[in-house]
Design a binder for this molecule. Sequence first.
Ligand SMILES: NC(=O)c1ccc[n+]([C@@H]2O[C@H](COP(=O)([O-])OP(=O)(O)OC[C@H]3O[C@@H](n4cnc5c(N)ncnc54)[C@H](O)[C@@H]3O)[C@@H](O)[C@H]2O)c1
Length: 436
Amino acid sequence: MNVCVIGTGYVGLVTGACFAEFGVKVICADRDESKIEMLERGEIPIYEPGLDDLVERNVREGRLSFTTDTASAIRSSLVIFIAVGTPPREDGGTDLSYVDGVAGEIGQAMNGYKLVVTKSTVPVGTSYRVRDLIQAEIDGAGGEVDFSVASNPEFLREGAAIRDFMRPDRIVIGADDEAALAIMKDLYRPLFLNETPFVLTNIATAELTKYAANAFLATKISFINEFANLCEEIGGDIQGLARGIGLDGRIGKKFLHAGPGFGGSCFPKDTRSAAFFAREKGQNLEVVEAVIRVNDRQRERMVEKIRAAVGGDLSGKTVGMLGLSFKPETDDMRDAPAIEIANGLAAGGAVIRAFDPVAMREAAKLLPDLTYCKDSYEACENADVVVIVTEWNQFRMLDLERVRQKLRRPVVVDLRNVYEPKSMQEAGFEYHSVGR
Ligand SMILES: NC(=O)c1ccc[n+]([C@@H]2O[C@H](COP(=O)([O-])OP(=O)(O)OC[C@H]3O[C@@H](n4cnc5c(N)ncnc54)[C@H](O)[C@@H]3O)[C@@H](O)[C@H]2O)c1
């Protein structure tokens, strides 16, 4: 079976490489020539642990290739995955122009039966919109070609994407016809065999499931952050509270970490998008709307926390920022809390020295005025406060004596609660964290 993945970003490249690893022949198409050139040279345009080896092996064994010629990739494939970006619009809705563009290209290149699968996260109804756009192209050309559409939302986490794709908690497939379902089952056969749960449903449900999953996870984060803020008022400890509730199997321990709020390329845009299209349907998602508001406030609160830690006035202060990516093990800076925090600090007159193990190149595009440092200690040099923004492993094991010597004042604001308050105080720091 030949598979074509259109859009070779975080999702498309992982999807393509993992299907190739399953043994099918995959061609990944992207209109970004520089990306495809890099991949053809054996370089990986994004940081994702393990992806380089996977891509290298499957290219070498002839199962994975790359192209900018989307039309010929479509023509040579039975299954076409759409994995292009679906960025947020100003009004909170979803920009479907990339999806629409791809649907048009597919319609023009149709040369026989194909299954067109939406893997991008898209508002309910988009797979049918794709179907209609393809059909319009076919009709326009006066042809008659049969095809199916399906929805197969992706749940991988950046930083653990390969593991998540190879050993997912579940696969959700929305399809309306037997042919589509049979092809999808065949494609995912290795996961069927290892007893991965499959949720087979209709297209609208599959599309909505992705939003519901992200909205629920975002809800857990906003929920714990509100209780963290309350803990700060009453002398509580959010980590004890999170454990106290998380050990209840109905609640679960995951996603109960207080911090600067959720960020990244998915949760902020997907919660807004879900709220937007629910409003359009006259069915407000009140919980999701509140989750978004709480998250926005949490980021502002982090700036206030840092301001308070330097004595109430940021003007002329130097802040060392450790971590910029929205979470560890990725270079993705889309909607990272670090952006709003850095901008808030700069607006107050602070100067920022920053270090991130892999995201500095991406960060520099969005935050050009930061001083980028070669390591954590350089970022602490003469700083009035050091702020841990992303919980990269290397920030959990800092040489604290060295940090203290580098800082102008021994003040640490730990937005990820990676250190223990008592031991930080014993190490000579004025230590602030979230919800403790
Ligand atoms: N990043 C994640 O962790 C994640 C997880 C699950 C789902 N998703 C969803 O998957 C989708 C893709 O996300 P991503 O993070 O991989 O995006 P991305 O921006 O990393 O990649 C998208 C790619 O699509 C390419 N593209 C755009 N238009 C094209 C066209 N007409 N032809 C060929 N290529 C085209 C772009 O050049 C880019 O390389 C989004 O809908 C996103 O919400 C993302």
